[in-house]
Ligand binder design. Structure first.
Ligand SMILES: *Cc1c(COP(=O)(O)O)cnc(C)c1O
Length: 421
């Protein structure tokens, strides 16, 4: 789902599918994360169709949005999961996901996380360093099992995205330098408790063009050929996630654009037999959600105008963390022309607490606003900073509404804390 099709104005009011956001604000309060079930299905379908019936495993990059209802929905549609922690593995299991479709990425896998992943029989560890490879081999030997491994290589390509979400350049912390990968594969081959199953790379996020993927793929193909010469035959190639979505006026490449080009390159290299693994996160959920909020106050400091809303950087940190742009739409837009340019800010005591800057809107106190494209890296990055309860999450399915995480209660924010004697 690369555009927010399931959030449209009907009779002058913004809806999620067939439910008005005014109704949701009334029933559940604000701030509120609102997701569209149909948008989740559409996103899955866009990958499923792009696969053209070939052996493709979509391992949803679940750090984008890991609500159990969303994980369960994707699991029922057939996805696997790309996890980056033992906590995420526990979520997959709680959401009835299939561990044998789980790939485990991340530079800092701890012993307990590796043990849990081996016990759950995951599909593969995406190994990011020699030290990690050795730790996995040791733990697998202790358990008397073979650990399935891929090396996550760093292909040193520019994903042409924001530096904080670019991961495939040689000065990023991620992956193993592709130039030394043949030697590390050879080392892995000598370790009896490792089973070499694949090759992995993930070059960044919010990538809108396919050229960075193809630059990386070209290098991966050369590596796979070299491994074949070393007698190492892989089962799968994982090209990571990272496809972008439309936040404003981007025209991101689609899964079909990407996969058609990938299949063509693999077939040309006689590698069409490899299973293709993908790790899309943002493009599966980003435009399936909005953050609904209400204007508490309007205020002007000389010629600067602020709309102070009840959502804040603790609910959506992307603007202040990445200078990310999210569209802000009035739930019930007024007809007369807007002339005032507002910064949309939250109540948190930080100048960095803003959601959008310089937006021309016609606002009054009490208005509802929808911060668009808040399905990915919104709730999962939320905190309780300023002792703000994390907002509720609902999923709309046509006329129905499911509360999939209630608003946190104040007492729950500190109930586990203890006073000194
Ligand atoms: C975050 C992440 C993803 C998902 O990235 P998106 O840009 O959300 O598609 C996939 N793989 C790895 C290893 C990641 O860290």
């Amino acid at each position: 789902m690369t555009v927010a099709t399931h959030f449209q104005h009907k009779d002058g009011v913004l809806h999620a599918e067939n439910v008005s956001l005014e109704q949701l604000a009334h029933d559940f309060g604000t701030p509120l994360y609102v997701y569209s079930r149909q948008a989740l299905h559409d996103a899955w379908n866009s990958y499923h169709q792009a696969a053209q019936g070939r052996d493709v495993l979509v391992c949803y990059g679940m750090k984008a949005n890991s609500n159990l209802a969303i994980l369960n929905e994707f699991a029922r549609l057939g996805t696997g999961f790309d996890i980056v922690s033992g906590g995420e593995l526990a979520r997959v299991i709680a959401a009835k996901g299939d561990p044998s479709k789980v790939v485990f990425s991340g530079v800092g896998k701890q012993r307990w996380e590796i043990e849990a992943a081996l016990d759950a029989h995951i599909k593969c560890f995406n190994v990011e360093s020699v030290a990690e490879l050795e730790r996995i081999a040791t733990i697998a030997a202790e358990k008397g099992v073979k650990a399935p491994v891929s090396l996550r290589v760093n292909p040193d390509v520019d994903a042409k995205t924001h530096p904080y979400i670019s991961t495939g350049l040689k000065d990023n912390k991620f992956g193993i330098d592709i130039n030394i990968a043949p030697a590390i594969y050879a080392q892995a081959q000598q370790l009896p408790n490792l089973d070499i199953v694949g090759l992995d790379c993930h070059i960044g996020s919010q990538i809108t063009q396919i050229s960075p993927y193809l630059d990386a793929l070209h290098k991966l193909i050369l590596l796979i050929k070299q491994l074949q010469d070393q007698g190492i035959h892989l089962k799968h190639l994982d090209i990571g996630g990272g496809l972008g979505i439309r936040y404003t006026d981007e025209t991101p490449a689609t899964p079909t654009d990407l996969l058609s080009a990938v299949f063509q390159a693999l077939d040309a290299a006689d590698l069409g037999h490899l299973q293709l693994v993908l790790e899309p996160g943002r493009s599966m959920v980003g435009n399936a959600g909005v953050l609904l909020t209400q204007v508490e106050y309007l205020k002007s400091n000389q010629d600067k105008h602020f709309a102070i809303v009840n959502a804040a950087m603790n609910d959506l940190i992307r603007p202040t963390l990445y200078e990310a742009w999210h569209d802000v739409e009035a739930v019930r837009p007024r007809n007369n022309n807007a002339t005032i340019s507002y910064d949309i800010v939250g109540p948190i005591c930080e100048s960095g607490d803003w959601l959008a800057k310089d937006r021309t809107l016609n606002l009054e106190q009490g208005d509802l606003l929808a911060v668009m494209s808040a399905g990915a890296y919104a709730f999962t990055m939320a905190s309780q900073y300023n002792t703000r309860p994390r907002a509720a999450e609902v999923i709309v399915d046509k006329q129905s509404v499911h509360l999939v995480r209630p608003r946190e209660e104040l007492h729950s924010l500190f109930e586990s804390e203890r006073l000194l004697d």
